[in-house]
Each structure stands twice: as C-alpha cells, then as structure tokens.
Write a protein that binds this ligand. Structure first.
Ligand code: ACO
Length: 332
C-alpha cells in the first residue's frame, strides 16, 4: 500500500515492542525476522523456542535479537496469572482458571500488553477474530473516555479521485454487529482519529452512511443514523461530519450537489461510517473484490493496540499490521 511508506517511517523513529502470540507459525516467524532486520519494531515471539528456531531455519531467516518466550515455562506467568485473576474474579475466574489461561499464548500476550511488558499485540494468522478480540476486550478494555472498541479498514482504491488520492477509511467492518446510535457516534469520532493519526489525513471528512440522504427516506434505521450524526457532532464539534448520506451522495460531487447541497462532507468524504456490521463487512469486501482496492484493518478504541490478521494473510500483511500497531502504540 502506498500509505505504508509514511507509516514505516513513523514506526522507525520511535521503536515499540510488539508481541506475536502465534510465534510458532511460519509466516509470523518470517515477518518477525523482517521487522527486526529492518528496524521497524522490537518483537517478542511466543511459543516453544525450539519450534520457533526450527521454523526460522526452514524459512532461511534469523531470529537473532528477537525475544522468544514460552508461556508454559515463563518466570512471569505467576505474576500475570495473579493480575488476570484480580481483573476477572468478579466474572467468576478462579486462580486455577487464571493460571491455565496465561499458559495460552493469546492470554499471555494480552497480559504482556496489559502490564506494559509489550506495547501492542498482533495475531490472527491462526486464530479467529473472536479468539483475540474477546481477551483484549475483557482485559485491555477501552481507552479512557471511550466505551466502544471498533475497527477501521484502510482502503486504497485504484480510483484516485475518491477520498484522499484514492485512500479512504471504512468503519466499522469487523467488530460491532449492531451498534446503537450512541455507539455509532463514537465509532465515527474514533475513525476520524485513526484517519488522522495512522493515515495522515489532515482533514478527516466523515460521512455516516444510510440508504437515505437528508430525509429522502423515512425509517427507524435512517433515524438511528441521523441521531448518531447529531451525537457525534456534540462529541467532536470541530470534526467535519455529516449524515445521514447515501454512498453516492457521500462520494460523488455532482450527486452531492443535488441530494445534499451545502453539506460540508457530501461529495468529498474520506471516512465512511457504515450503519452496522453487515453493511460494513459487505462494503469493504465489495470495494476490495469489485473495485480492486487494497485494504487492511486496525482495531481502535482499545486502551493499548491489538490487531487482528486474516488467516489467509501473507508475510507482508503481518509486517504491515505490526508496523501499524507500533504506530498506534506511539499514540496510546
Ligand atoms: N467494545 C468494548 N467492549 C466490548 C465490545 C466492544 N465492541 N464488545 C464486547 N465488549 C466487552 C463486553 O462488555 C464484555 O466485557 P466484560 O466481560 O468485562 O463484561 C467482554 O467484552 C466480552 O463481551 P461478550 O459480549 O461476552 O463478547 P462476545 O462473545 O459477544 O464477543 C465480539 C465480542 C467477539 C467482538 C463479537 O461482538 C463478535 O463476534 N463480533 C464480530 C466479529 C466478526 O466475526 N467479525 C467479522 C469477521 S472479521 C473480517 O471479516 C475481517
């Protein structure tokens, strides 16, 4: 992706330590070696060091200088288990449960981030989205002042007349199946922050999308989006944001002129907020498959950054996601 060059530069200037719980997985080992060699992040690989080294040898890469930790044989495990127990005892977690959980690399990695022993986490080459999201939501929790964890997809479209020279942010396409108006408002504001800090947009212009533009249709779903837009304006009065808007009114200046004259966003949106996860997930995949956009996702709203990969990810995807996580950690 074109935008990654700038993100790589940012990551190199202030190195962050990112933990990869799927440390025994081949693509992950290869990505870790590249990240270390190119000075993009400090890396911790979790897993059995012998398996990790054998994987590295098979791929012809070096894990020299990369921290290898086996969660089942770690001096820190007892401390993490105690902390996890304290955090989750009200939810019925026992000390024995906590000890068993931190032997799982995913929980061990999350506890490293929680306690500040790592700055961020990336997983998903093996595990599902939910496998990582649930412990992150339960233990790392949201940033102060935020209630919702959601995602932004960074979309790079071949049509450079869209967004910022073809680059747009789509939200939420991964996490919240059915956000309330209040949650949608928060997703809109957080996505604008991601657009600014990660994508370098100087002026995020946020469209809250619907099948209606400015009252052209009447339905409770439309009302929800309109209310979310009003709430978002109160949450971030300085933000350039509008809704409800149809996708064409959000992106095409001629259609904006007739459907939403005077809107500060219509015809020039660069952050698209979908009304729910069905629309968002279909929307990003449609843009990827039909329009040939390049894309990848980051989670937003967590107190410390954790990001998910697709199980079909490439080594390059892992490198890019770790670098984005490191840059998010600089701002956490
Ligand atoms: N923001 C903040 N906190 C949250 C959120 C959220 N969005 N969602 C759940 N939580 C908290 C809950 O309050 C709860 O906290 P607590 O245990 O301290 O009380 C904890 O997280 C667990 O909540 P649950 O409701 O038990 O979690 P659930 O089993 O519903 O899982 C999940 C949450 C995984 C995010 C769920 O909403 C989900 O599956 N989302 C869709 C994921 C997905 O499949 N995406 C599409 C595929 S990805 C792709 O295509 C790229």
């Amino acid at each position: 992706m074109r935008m990654m060059e700038k993100v790589f530069e940012k990551a190199k200037k202030d190195l962050r330590k990112i933990v990869l719980p799927e440390g025994e997985e081949g693509r992950t080992v290869q990505a870790a070696a590249i990240l270390k060699a190119e000075g993009l992040a400090e890396i911790v690989l979790l897993g059995n060091p012998e398996i990790i080294r054998a994987e590295a040898e098979q791929r012809g890469v070096s894990v020299e200088g990369i921290e290898l930790i086996d969660p089942t044989d770690s001096p820190k495990a007892a401390e993490y288990a105690e902390e996890l127990y304290e955090l989750r005892k009200a939810k019925g977690v026992t000390p024995e449960d906590a000890a068993a959980l931190v032997a799982d690399p995913m929980y061990y990695g999350i506890m490293m981030v929680k306690t500040g022993d790592a700055d961020g986490l990336v997983s998903g080459a093996v595990h599902s989205t939910g496998d990582m999201l649930r412990p992150a939501l339960q233990l790392i929790k949201t940033k102060p002042g935020r209630k919702v964890v959601s995602s932004s997809f960074l979309m790079e479209c071949p049509n450079r007349s869209l967004g910022e020279d073809g680059l747009m942010v789509y939200a939420d396409c991964v996490v919240m199946p059915c956000p309330t108006a209040e949650e949608l408002a928060e997703i809109a504001v957080t996505s604008a922050e991601t657009a600014r800090t990660l994508c370098g947009f100087e002026e995020p212009r946020v469209a809250l999308l619907s099948f209606s533009t400015k009252g052209s249709a009447k339905h409770e779903l439309v009302t929800k989006v309109r209310e979310a837009a009003e709430m978002a304006k109160k949450l971030a009065p300085e933000l350039i944001l509008d809704g409800e808007l149809q996708l064409d009114a959000a992106l095409v200046p001629e259609i904006a002129a007739s459907k939403a004259p005077g809107s500060p966003v219509a015809g020039r949106a660069n952050v698209l907020v979908f009304p729910d996860l069905q629309a968002g997930n279909i929307g990003y995949k449609m843009t990827q498959r039909v329009a040939g956009a390049e894309c990848f996702a980051v989670l937003q709203g967590l107190a410390k950054p954790c990001n998910d990969l697709s199980r079909g990810c490439s080594v390059e995807d892992i490198v890019n996601t770790v670098v984005c996580t490191a840059v998010q950690a600089q701002q956490a």
